[in-house]
Design a protein around this ligand. Structure first.
Ligand code: R5P
Length: 301
């Protein structure tokens, strides 16, 4: 059997190298450039005919550019004769717009999923996909789709590197309960969630109903830190309730603007994220969980 080949797009270059090392799959080279007018130029430097191709690309920071890049890449790989195109899209943007909140709105999550499938994607692996109203990844994709989690590794990292006494896991809102639960099970501790009301894209209000955090070391677990508003407000609420120390964790560190500053200034001891999106706090790599998943499925067929 010919070994699969891995390409890292502009949102997944480093991760692609790490995954190639762990799996032993060949690392290919894809050139991605912008023309002076902003159009995208892409060229694959390896022969992909008859091979399984793994394309690593997180849709972050310039989500629309990376989305166009992904569509061009998938369709071209198929055109060049790839047997299957397997997308590793660790951060899947647009998942939060999973319904029509107001009349006339675009339901972007659904549309992005359809676009990738229509371009020819055969399989998708992602990490801590923002599943809220859509409960399971199989409800959004028609192709085989795998939603991995970085939460176990994130909280193991925190418990290894910080002196915490029987920490309490907190999700900043109800949507985060799914990740808080995994974190609590991993460390064998309790969890709870706060209540969040979103006022605008940058502003949220967080309330802690019955949560008892007095004197406790708290690990907050969420999928995304974007502006940092949610995390900063959660930290403030927990501090005012008497938490002893607070560490903020997330899988996807978008860290828009002064997000890190906002969270640290609110009183968090530290912020720990994964490298689905490279950032100054991406201490935990998702390469091992992705490599394991790929080797279980792709490497065997
Ligand atoms: C939303 O429901 C997500 O799970 C995150 O809590 C949210 O995207 C974080 O955004 P921000 O950092 O801008 O508050």
């Amino acid at each position: 059997m010919v070994k699969p080949i891995i390409f890292g797009g502009s949102g997944g270059r480093v991760l692609a190298v790490k995954i190639a090392k762990l799996t032993g799959f060949e690392l290919g080279e894809v050139v991605v450039k912008s023309f002076p007018d902003g159009e995208t130029y892409i060229r694959f430097m390896n022969d992909v005919e008859g091979r399984d191709v793994i394309l690593v690309n997180s849709i972050h920071h310039k989500p629309n550019d990376i989305l166009v890049e992904l569509l061009f890449e998938i369709e071209t790989l198929k055109d060049l004769g790839a047997k299957r195109v397997i997308g590793v899209i660790p951060y899947f943007a647009y998942a939060r717009q999973d319904t029509r909140f107001n009349p006339g709105e675009v339901v972007s999550f659904e549309i992005v999923a359809r676009m990738l499938e229509r371009a020819g994607l055969d399989e998708i692996y992602t990490v801590d996909l923002h599943l809220h109203r859509v409960r399971d990844i199989s409800e959004i994709f028609k192709i085989p789709a795998y939603n991995l989690t970085a939460v176990r590794d994130l909280v193991r990292y925190v418990s290894k590197h910080y002196k915490l006494e029987k920490p309490l896991i907190i999700g900043p809102d109800e949507e985060a309960e799914q990740w808080a639960k995994i974190a609590a099970e991993t460390l064998g501790v309790d969890y709870d969630v706060l209540e969040k009301k979103r006022i605008s894209a940058e502003e949220v209000v967080i309330e802690a109903r019955t949560v008892n955090v007095r004197g406790r070391d708290v690990i907050i677990v969420d999928d995304i830190i974007s502006t940092g508003g949610t995390m900063a407000e959660a930290v403030k609420a927990l501090k005012s309730l008497g938490a002893r120390s607070i560490i903020a964790t997330c899988t996807h560190a978008l860290l828009v603007g002064e997000a890190l500053y906002r969270i640290l200034r609110a009183g968090a001891v530290d912020i720990v994220a994964s490298d689905t999106i490279p950032s100054p706090v991406s201490y935990v790599s998702v390469a091992p969980i992705i490599a394991n998943a790929l080797m279980r499925k792709v490497g065997k067929e």
